[in-house]
Design a protein around this ligand. Sequence first.
Ligand SMILES: NC(=O)c1ccc[n+]([C@@H]2O[C@H](COP(=O)([O-])OP(=O)(O)OC[C@H]3O[C@@H](n4cnc5c(N)ncnc54)[C@H](OP(=O)(O)O)[C@@H]3O)[C@@H](O)[C@H]2O)c1
Length: 284
Amino acid sequence: MIAVTGASGKLGNWVIQELLKRTEAKNIVALVRDPQKTQNLQALGVQVRQADYEQYNTLVDALNGVEKLLLISSNEIGKRATQHQAVINAAVAAKVQHLAYTSVLNADSSTLGLSEEHRVTEKAILASGLKYTFLRNGWYLENHTENLASALQHGVILGAAGEGRFSSASRQDYATAAAIVLTQAGHENKIYELAGNQSFTLQDLAKELSHQSQKKIVYQDMSEAEYEKALIGFGLPQALAHLLADSDTGAKNGQLESRSTDLNKLIGRESTTLRSAIQSAIKE
Ligand SMILES: NC(=O)c1ccc[n+]([C@@H]2O[C@H](COP(=O)([O-])OP(=O)(O)OC[C@H]3O[C@@H](n4cnc5c(N)ncnc54)[C@H](OP(=O)(O)O)[C@@H]3O)[C@@H](O)[C@H]2O)c1
């Protein structure tokens, strides 16, 4: 059986959809903190089991009979290393054979603030002795397209990434790669740097949005501190605003750009383009 943590989340949902294209529903276990959130998956015949990173016993019970596990990194920044360690311990206790983990692009050299918890988790997985696959995901295209309504309303995209390039791909692209790793042999003890085929700057994003919407949208580059302040002003918690502004500085320094073709090779096609991500986002 193949289990996926964070299955109630956006990436997790895509992974389950991609697994369903490659294996029968009865082979898939969706691990969720709150099973009420995933009635859609139960209706598809996927087993839903309760598993909370903060409650070790639920993890061990939920992993009963599981051979392959995808640990989707938690969204509880600051708690992630401890939560992931609990999942790794439970995987060892439940005799899981192969653990795949959604990490961050170039985890071992990345200077992004958010990469530290991923580095700690990768080390813990290596120390566990489990067979592993590190799916080092780049930025989601959706990070750029989820808030386009505000850009369209105000005519401006804010950021602190300067001329930095993003080799972003869609959640569905990364989910397809994960589903392939979980359903094919030969991915044990491998590290994949997963990034989109295209890279673009935030000026390119503004230009493409202007073109598609027929409205003038500009990119306004700010200092990291100014951008963090602006994000807090939009209602983001301080810690998250700090990490996002820090990530833009990372992008400015080339940390979110990659020439790796690992994603391309795994999924057997080009990754989603910025153009089509914007088309889908503004249609919604
Ligand atoms: N590469 C990127 O650009 C990028 C961007 C954003 C995030 N990320 C990372 O990628 C992960 C997946 O992205 P996403 O968009 O799918 O995030 P998401 O929609 O926020 O999903 C996060 C998942 O983690 C689960 N979770 C949180 N705390 C938990 C706990 N204590 N026990 C069990 N499950 C718990 C959530 O469960 P509930 O539904 O119960 O809350 C949810 O299913 C994120 O968590 C984050 O680490 C990457």
